[in-house]
Design a protein around this ligand. Sequence first.
Ligand code: GAR
Length: 383
Amino acid sequence: MRALANLLVDLRSDTFDEAAAAAARGRLAARGFLIEECERDDALCAWIDMAFGGGWSGEAFRAKNLVVTQDGQRRAFVSLAAQGLRYAWLRNEGARPGTGIFGPIGVSAEARGSGIGGDLALLGCLRLRELGYERALIPAVGEVQLERFYERALCARVVERIDPMRWWEPRARVVAMASGNGSNLQALLDAIARSELPVDLAAVVVNRNEAYAAERASVAGVRNIERVLWNRGEESRAGYDARLREIVERFEPEGVLLLGWMHLLDEHFVKRFPDLLNLHPAYLPHDPRADSVAVPDGSSIPAFRGAHAVRDAVAAGSPWIGASVHRVSAETDRGEVLVRRPLACEGRSESELATALRPIEHRITVEAVRLWCFMRERVRVVG
Ligand code: GAR
């Protein structure tokens, strides 16, 4: 695996003057592209999820964005000066006063090859300079062609790298918790087996005897499989919650993954494991206080939180559903969203939708765990 590169752009250089900006704007206008700026724009986030996968919209939500449109359709975007991101690659140069974060940047399939990427990148840097930044950090570039592109277009230079070995070792020790079939657990197990995630699955916890997730864990050779059942007649809810917490604590996990875990965890559990991620079968808003969320057709749907999200969405006649992986906070399904994907209902039944959602969930589960791994304290960037 290649090291990821952090590139730095000197915004005080001659590359970024008004003449360059005017030329870039002129080239875009000549091809019918318009540029606008927006912030905390839910509709933009929905478009980004649809066009580029579900991992970038959270960054765009925390940033200022330049958006390129053509005939009223979004074609490209760049996020600038994102705040509050936890990725390891932003910790050194990215945390220096005067450094503004550049990206993600994306050009949709319809506009690829049109050459707008270079102009948008230039305008993005100019905007960062206007905002008072001296340097732009282009973080976590994984491809050598992209490095060359930024070197050519913006006179960027590589200043830091994340050594893949420092990302992989020591691996993150995690516990997964599941109540049912465990197809998402399977997706995780498969990704670990393919060496796509630096994760050591210390234990799988199930809360139902018949949970097939336990069988899957056993076949995959997971060392510890804990069946932690609650017998309501014999044990108080508080007693069960404490027992569950103690069992998970024993494995000293760095992260806990709820993959189809159908049991509300109490506040002590949530406090004890701050790196607690939950897969939820709904398209959740990035604003944790919002009770609705924009979807890719420009309309908006309720944020279906709670235990029966797909059923509730079908009952409400929602034209869209989706899936999200989010951090668990004290309020149900309101923690930071790491990855999410929308899905159009197209008149399908609850069970058809649940089936259609599964492969989407499998992808976002693996992607969210990968992003979380990049947020770990242990990951280091080197100069
Ligand atoms: C998934 O659809 C997941 O989103 C949902 O349970 C299913 C588990 O599927 N989780 C919740 O509803 C949590 N509130 P799986 O057992 O095949 O992985």
